[in-house]
Design a protein around this ligand. Structure first.
Ligand code: LLP
Length: 383
C-alpha cells in the first residue's frame, strides 16, 4: 500500500517497472524542514534529486525555492512555477551560455572558481554572486558523496577564498554570499559544525578586510534513514545555527534527498528465480533504472508486495542488465517470490529516476504520483 492505494492496482494499470511517489510524504518532509530550517533561512530544493515537473510544482507550491545545476534544471524550475528570485544556480562547470541564460533571468549564481567569476564579470558587472568554499571537512559519508574535502573538485579552498572575494570585487562583482555544500546523505551534526566554524572564520576575516558578507548558503546533504534509524536531525542543525550564526546574517539551505527520498517506491516484477548456490530473483527493473546500489553500495529496503506464507530464505535481487553490478541487494530474507510477484524497492524518490539511463537500450520508466488516494501518471514510459 502507498497512501492507501494498493501497489498491485497501480502495477496492473500502468505496468512495471514503475516509480510511484507519495505527495503526502513530500509534504510531510518539506513541512518538517520549513518548521525547522525554514524559520531561520530560505529553502531551495535541489532539483537534481528528482526533477519530475509534477513533483517540482508540488514542492514550489509550498513556497520552497530551487537549487539548480544546468540550464535545463533552471528552465524546469521556472516552468514549474518557481519565481526566478528563489532559484540558485550551482555547479562546478557552468558553460558561458548557461551563465548568460541565468543572468538574463536574474538568477543568483554560486560561483565555484576564480575563472568562473571572471566569466560572470565579462557577462555582467555589478552582479551579486555567491562564492562556493571548500572547507576541507569530512562529511563522513560514502566517498563518492563527499564534496568538501581537499581531493574533491568543488568550490575554492577556504585558504584561497579571501583572494577570490578580492578578485570578484576587482572584476566589478558583488560577492555577498559564502556558499558551501560538504556532501550528501550526512547523518551527524559534526561535519556541519566544523564547516560552519570555518565559514564564520572566513566571514570575520573578510569583514575585517572591508568585504561584507550578508548570506551563508550551507547547501544540502541532510541524510535520510534507508532502513533502521531516523532521518538527519534538522532541528539540531537549527539549534546550532541559532546559537552560532551572528544576528542579521541570512541563511540558505539546498535539501534534495530529505524532501524527495522517502516519497518514492520502485515497483518491480519477478521474472525468474534461479536457485543454486545462491538464490537469484531476477526482476524487471535494472541498474539503469536505479543505480544507487551499484554506484554507492546503497541500501534500499526491498519488501514483497505480493504476500506469501513461506519460510524466509536469503535472496539476491538482481536486474536484467548485462552487468554483475546489476544487483539491488544480496541476502534479502524473503519468502521465495513466485514469477509475476511484485517487489517494492523503498525510499527511491531521490536520485532514482533522475539518475536513470537507457543502458541496454531499455526505456525510461513511467512515474505515478499519488495524491489524496488518487494516482496520476506524471511521466509516460519511454519508447
Ligand atoms: N546543493 C548542491 C550544491 C549539491 O551538489 C547537492 C547534491 C545538493 C545541494 C543536494 O544534496 P542532498 O540534500 O540531496 O543530499 N547521487 C547521490 C547524491 C549526489 C548529490 C549531489 N549533490 C546519491 O544518490 O546518493
Amino acid at each position: 500500500m502507498l497512501d492507501r492505494l494498493p501497489l498491485t492496482s497501480i502495477a496492473r494499470e500502468y505496468g512495471t517497472p514503475i516509480y510511484v511517489y507519495s505527495a503526502s510524504s513530500i509534504r510531510r518532509q518539506a513541512a518538517r524542514l520549513m518548521q525547522s530550517l525554514g524559520t531561520i533561512g530560505s529553502l531551495h530544493y535541489a532539483v537534481k534529486a528528482n526533477s519530475n515537473p509534477a513533483l517540482l510544482a508540488l514542492v514550489f507550491s509550498m513556497g520552497i525555492g530551487a537549487d539548480t545545476v544546468s540550464r535545463r534544471e533552471i528552465q524546469a524550475a521556472l516552468d514549474a512555477g518557481c519565481p526566478a528570485d528563489r532559484i540558485i544556480f550551482s555547479g562546478v562547470g557552468k558553460t558561458p551560455e548557461e551563465l548568460a541564460f541565468a543572468l538574463e533571468h536574474d538568477i543568483f549564481i554560486n560561483a565555484e572558481s576564480e575563472e568562473e567569476l571572471a566569466a560572470i564579470a565579462l557577462l555582467r558587472r555589478g552582479t551579486h554572486v555567491g562564492i562556493r568554499i571548500n572547507p576541507g571537512v569530512d562529511a563522513r559519508t560514502h566517498q563518492y558523496l563527499t564534496t568538501g574535502m581537499d581531493e574533491n573538485k568543488f568550490g575554492i579552498p577556504v585558504d584561497a577564498a579571501p583572494d577570490a572575494f578580492r578578485l570578484a570585487i576587482d572584476a566589478g562583482l558583488v560577492p555577498d554570499t559564502i556558499s558551501c555544500h560538504i556532501g550528501s546523505q550526512i547523518m551527524s551534526l559534526e561535519p556541519y559544525r566544523k564547516s560552519l566554524a570555518r565559514l564564520l572564520e572566513l566571514r570575520d576575516s573578510l569583514m575585517s578586510d572591508g568585504i561584507p558578507v550578508s548570506r551563508l548558503d550551507l547547501g544540502g546533504g541532510f541524510g535520510i534513514n534507508y532502513g533502521e534509524g531516523t532521518d538527519f536531525a534538522v532541528e539540531d542543525l537549527r539549534a546550532l545555527l541559532r546559537r552560532d550564526v551572528p544576528k542579521g546574517m541570512k541563511l540558505s539551505f539546498e535539501p534534495g534527498r530529505y524532501i524527495a527520498g522517502h516519497a518514492g517506491t520502485l515497483v518491480t516484477q519477478v521474472l525468474y528465480r534461479k536457485c543454486y548456490t545462491r538464490t537469484f530473483v531476477v526482476v524487471d527493473a535494472g541498474m539503469n533504472d536505479l543505480i544507487r546500489p551499484a554506484l554507492y553500495q546503497a541500501h534500499h529496503t526491498i519488501l514483497p508486495v505480493t504476500r506469501r506464507d513461506a519460510e524466509l530464505i536469503p535472496c539476491d535481487i538482481v536486474g536484467p542488465v548485462c552487468e554483475s553490478a546489476d544487483c539491488f541487494a544480496q541476502d534479502v530474507p524473503l519468502p521465495l517470490p513466485e514469477q509475476g510477484d511484485l517487489l517494492a524497492i523503498c525510499d527511491t524518490g531521490a536520485y532514482g529516476w533522475s539518475m536513470s539511463s537507457t543502458y541496454n537500450s531499455r526505456p525510461l520508466l513511467p512515474e505515478v504520483l499519488i495524491e489524496d488516494g488518487e494516482p496520476a501518471l506524471i511521466r509516460e514510459r519511454g519508447l
